[in-house]
Design a binder for this molecule. Sequence first.
Ligand SMILES: [Zn+2]
Length: 98
Amino acid sequence: MNYKITAHPDGGLQVYVACESCSFVILPTADIERATRAMCSHTAARGHAVFKRTTNDIAVVVLADKAERERRAEANRLEYHHLGGAAEDEAEHAQAGA
Ligand SMILES: [Zn+2]
């Protein structure tokens, strides 16, 4: 089976920055622009221009074959209904609406 790795839609890119010349760090943040401005400010204030920058995201492994992915999604949906999942959902909705 062929798989591929993609960025998880709920996991944004984060950056972590550490100055190579002192203990200045920017803790992991999704605000890349703000981190960039903080690096520029640090360089302006201290003259330190080299940073170790680490970016990370949330990766997810999915089936590379679209047809196989859809076949499995359908199989899961049918099994969910077979096990009574849909009936439970309707009962919960009915309670929530009452
Ligand atoms: Zn520094």
